[in-house]
Design a protein around this ligand. Structure first.
Ligand SMILES: *Cc1c(COP(=O)(O)O)cnc(C)c1O
Ligand code: SF4
Length: 463
């Protein structure tokens, strides 16, 4: 079997909604590995490896991705296959063998799950102190679950019904939310809490719905969160962003799905009421924008007046190639999508399999950006969402004979850090901020003392 939709020529027009055939949502998880048709042609051993890896890391894929996005003739190198299917190299040998032995010995499900839980805890499930440092408190000092407020203007909200996705990305840094460990979950129970918090915080202008994928929610749930924001008391909330990968993994969410029309109406009403509505579309590869359904969904969202901005991480085996990024950004601009962030993959989960050194990330970014016009140069990066803030690698330079990284904060816990260039010793292996050391023999970063004070303050409040 080949994917049913041929790759579209660049001149192929954007599909109209009525030209795209509806299809039911059908999803596969670890239990269904044997029922994914193209996998049945793989060796027993390959499927066993998948089973072992997906015991630790989340696995979920849907029929649209299997049929229309993956080119099975190119497996295992196909980027969308790497994006969605578990690979042996995603676990260390020790972790892999630990789980594999249990299966080989016919261990109990509970025993296997307990071992998988322990392995997960060794994979840095909550990087960048997300749990401790970003969760706000109410007037009585209780933590407000489901909300993160790290940067002054922007509140992140994790609706409890949106903590899953139409498929899972193998590299996902939110992976700990999907594997059913209650203690690791960050989720809200109520819209009321969100609205209450925003009512008290007039410095907040941007609300960012995230997950998982909020677009897995029924439209009526989305309405419950979003509709009240149209009241005058929320005039300070000027921008509502919705982070989603549905445009890639399930574009039918915006087309034929049961409540797609209501969703489109909702977006339109919000725009008409004066909100800036932005879909923050997660893309990893131009291929995700090539199907008729993907193009029809993009067109339909744009017709509401909502904008689509694109963001995604740089991932080895998927898109560590300037040509892929250049073509992706060009495709986005041609479809009316604005390139926004080029992320460095976080230090969590299967990072050894996916990570790209910062020096290489910058080269890929630079070589890609050089190939596109100014309208596609809105992509910022390579950007690390680290605990002190979003740190961009602006480049590699040599100053007084010392090779350095030039860095800047795109966002910082203290807004005053933003846009001040700072310098790290060049290191061709470093993959994350905490691997870097200040350049020029400095003992610490200019922001370090202040950051430590903020951290002690927030984390200390736990005690
Ligand atoms: C990136 C990010 C934001 C949004 O920052 P912008 O610069 O406005 O895109 C908000 N909160 C968190 C935690 C983020 O990581
Ligand atoms: S769509 Fe986003 S949240 Fe969902 S698995 Fe992929 S990266 Fe993670």
């Amino acid at each position: 079997m080949r994917q049913q939709t041929p790759t579209l020529a660049r001149s192929w027009p954007i599909a109209r909604v009525d030209e795209v055939e509806d299809r039911p949502f059908r999803v596969f998880t670890q239990r269904d590995l044997d029922r994914i048709e193209p996998l049945t042609r793989m060796s027993e051993e390959a499927r066993f490896e998948m089973k072992v890896v997906s015991t630790v890391l989340p696995f979920r894929v849907n029929q649209y991705v299997v049929d229309e996005l993956i080119d099975w003739d190119r497996v295992p190198d196909d980027p969308i296959y790497q994006l969605t299917f578990p690979q042996r190299g995603m676990l260390t040998d020790a972790h892999f063998e630990r789980i594999a032995q249990l299966y080989r010995n016919g261990a109990d499900k509970a025993v296997i799950e307990a071992a998988a839980h322990e392995v997960r805890l060794e994979l840095n499930p909550h990087p960048a102190d997300q749990m401790e440092m970003n969760m706000p408190r109410d007037a009585e000092g209780n933590r407000i679950e489901g909300i993160q407020h790290k940067y002054r203007e922007t509140v992140l909200f994790f609706p409890s019904q949106g903590q899953t996705c139409h498929s899972y990305c193998t590299f996902c840094f939110r992976w700990a939310q999907f594997v059913g460990d209650k203690t690791l979950r960050i989720a809200a129970s109520e819209a009321r809490m969100l609205h209450g918090y925003l009512r008290e915080h007039h410095e907040v202008t941007d609300l960012l719905f995230t997950g998982g994928d909020p677009m897995v929610m029924k439209t009526k749930h989305l309405q419950g969160y979003l509709e009240p924001l149209l009241a005058p008391e929320f005039d300070h909330i000027q921008t509502v962003r919705i982070g989603t990968k549905a445009l890639s993994f399930w574009p039918h969410r915006f087309l034929g799905a049961s409540d797609a029309d209501e969703l489109i109406d909702l977006l339109e009403r919000m725009v008409k009421a004066g909100k800036h509505v932005a879909l923050m579309a997660h893309y990893n590869h131009w291929r995700e924008m090539e199907t008729p359904a993907a193009r029809a969904a993009i067109r339909r969202i744009r017709s509401t007046g909502a904008v689509i901005r694109a963001q995604g991480p740089l991932i080895k085996h998927i898109n560590d190639d300037p040509a892929v990024w250049a073509r992706m950004w060009k495709t986005q601009v041609s479809l009316g999508i604005i390139p926004y962030y080029f992320f460095v993959e976080r230090d969590t989960g299967a990072r050894n399999y996916f990570e790209v050194p910062l020096a290489r990330a910058w080269e890929i970014y630079r070589e890609a950006i050089q190939q596109v016009s100014g309208l596609a140069r809105t992509a910022r990066g390579p950007s690390m969402s680290a605990s002190p803030g979003k740190v961009e690698v602006q480049g590699v330079s040599e100053i007084n004979g010392e090779k350095v990284f030039v860095l800047r904060f795109i966002q910082g816990r203290n807004p005053d850090w933003v846009q001040r260039p700072f310098f790290a010793k060049y290191d061709d292996q470093a993959t994350w901020l905490h691997h870097l050391k200040p350049a020029f023999g400095e003992e610490k970063w200019f922001w370090e003392d202040e950051y430590n004070a903020i951290r002690d303050d927030k984390v200390g409040a736990e005690a």
